[in-house]
Design a protein around this ligand. Structure first.
Ligand code: IPD
Ligand code: CA
Ligand code: CA
Length: 261
């Protein structure tokens, strides 16, 4: 099993790096933005990046299941499943705003084994293997030791269709935390939490490919990820709360208060 884990990790890293080259080659150029629904963007680059990752995985593991945002969003989970977000932060990318990433994760029997998130513009590669810790490039990372919400920097995001519920939570945390950031890539938000750059994160309506890689990276860095009430987190659920552990209870309490307002 040990060598297989490394093989899966290397496959994810190789695929992410190849896709990063595709993304970078489009910076400053026409990206042919298209719309899925009213405001959900997709570019020809999302599709190229995804085709490239799927081809690499399929060549090595033809029988594995793939759940990928652009071409296979509704595939059911199988024993061996890969989660692919070929470009997390498409809105940023379409404006040449340099916060976006490639996100690839692999699970066996519904347990995440490997996660890789690559930020091409900063050459930052976040990675984790189950039970082996989390790394940024070659440095081990861990969550922050911030103890109180009032001293915390939080990250969040909004679904494409913004609801009153998400605005309520955002407003609430603006006055409870030191500051709140909405950077535009959930995969990077989770990795920034894993590496201590932010202390907490919440979001509604994320998809499995947004979270899978970031989730294992965060857990391996000592963080915690649950639903809004502290229950078990599901990649297929609609609410995500993650933190450095120390402020988790406070975050849960504030969510409860905000949702009653
Ligand atoms: C989006 C980003 C964003 C989050 C949205 C996601 P995409 O993914 O992760 O941060 O707030 O909910 O849909 O569409 O850029 O891959
Ligand atoms: Ca995404
Ligand atoms: Ca995407």
């Amino acid at each position: 099993m040990k060598n297989m884990e490394n093989e899966y990790l290397n496959t994810a890293i190789f695929a992410a790096k190849e896709s990063a080259k595709i993304l970078l080659s489009y910076i400053g150029k026409e990206k042919n933005v298209d719309y899925k629904g009213k405001i959900n963007l997709v570019t020809e680059v999302d599709r190229k990046s995804e085709d490239n990752i799927i081809q690499i995985i399929k060549e090595r593991y033809p029988s594995h299941q793939i759940i990928a945002e652009e071409s296979k969003p509704d595939s059911s989970r199988a024993e061996y499943t890969w989660y692919i977000d070929p470009l997390d932060g498409t809105t940023n990318f379409s404006h040449d705003y340099p916060i976006f990433a490639v996100s690839i994760a692999f699970e066996i029997d519904r347990k995440l084994q490997v996660g890789v998130v690559l930020d091409p513009t900063r050459s930052e590669l976040f990675r984790a293997v189950k039970g082996k810790g989390a790394f940024l490039n070659n440095k081990k990372i861990s969550v922050s030791d911030t103890r109180f919400l009032k001293n915390s920097l939080l990250a969040t995001g909004f679904p494409y269709v913004i609801t009153e519920r998400s605005i309520k939570l955002f407003n609430h945390f603006l006055s409870k935390a030191q500051a709140v950031r909405r950077a535009g890539s959930a995969a990077l938000d989770l990795c920034y939490l894993a590496s201590g750059r932010v202390d907490g994160f919440w979001e509604l309506d994320l998809k499995p490919w947004d979270m899978a890689a970031g989730k294992i990276i965060l857990k391996e860095a000592g963080g915690i990820i649950t639903n809004f009430t502290g229950g078990e987190h599901s990649l297929f659920g609609n609410n995500t709360l993650a933190s450095n552990r120390l402020i988790h209870k406070e975050l849960m309490n504030e969510i409860e208060i905000a949702e009653k307002e």
